[in-house]
Design a protein around this ligand. Structure first.
Ligand code: SF4
Length: 217
């Protein structure tokens, strides 16, 4: 089995985590995570701050005009769907949970637009509860390194639970995401500057294939 602690400490040196604002508010972490879907971090941060300054909390957002929200977040993409979803979420939180975001995976995934990844980001970033949030970066990097061998995000979440100690689970997602954006990119990963290439299955397998090709020439 790979040494997760060693791998993580090396990755962290080259990929410091990006954190959303509002880490003291599970509600705004949830809203920010919904806004972040298919959107860059800088854009997400700006949209979340504008919404926060305009509506302040779930009650303000519930009573907002969808057209106004759409105008505020139009630069995030999918603003039509997102604006309606945000109001719907605010309504449910106010009327079913007394204005407080639930702090269990089971309840969170009942909210509109909230899959396992979003739920786990809210748990880790909003409540400081350990969980494994698997997005495309986590899925790709974990499989490339060989931490897991999985085919779906759900399988990856289950497999990573066995690999990542609980005390790393809150921080690891933002670190892996930065690493995936800057070094272990989806296309053309920068293996030449990667600090963990010596224990990465993807790198070692490709190096061996190249060596075989050269010997055959
Ligand atoms: S060696 Fe390459 S594929 Fe492996 S983790 Fe580093 S960048 Fe990603």
């Amino acid at each position: 089995m790979k040494n997760f602690e060693k791998i993580y400490s090396e990755i962290k040196k080259v990929a410091p985590a990006h954190h959303f604002e509002f880490t003291d508010s599970p509600f705004w972490i949830l809203i920010t995570t919904i806004l972040s879907q298919r959107t860059k971090d800088a854009v997400t941060d700006k949209a979340a701050r504008l919404l926060y300054e305009t509506y302040h909390d779930s009650y303000g957002l519930e009573n907002a005009d969808p057209a106004d929200i759409k105008k505020i977040i139009k630069f995030t993409g999918f603003s039509n769907v997102k604006s309606l979803r945000l109001i719907e979420i605010a309504k449910i939180i106010n009327h079913e949970y007394g204005g407080k975001v639930p702090n269990t995976h089971e309840e969170l995934i009942k909210l509109p637009g909230t899959g396992s990844k979003t739920a786990n980001i809210v748990l880790t970033q909003g409540f400081n509860i350990p969980a494994i949030a698997v997005d495309t970066h986590v899925f790709r990097i974990s499989n490339r390194i060989g931490l897991v061998k999985t085919k779906t995000p759900d399988e990856t979440e289950e497999a990573l639970k066995k690999v990542i100690p609980v005390n790393y689970q809150i921080e690891f997602n933002p670190v892996f995401v930065e690493f995936g954006k800057n070094i272990c990119k989806p296309v053309s990963p920068k293996c030449n500057i990667c600090p963990i290439s010596d224990c990465c299955d993807f790198f070692l397998n490709n190096k061996n294939k190249d060596a075989v090709k050269k010997t055959k020439k």
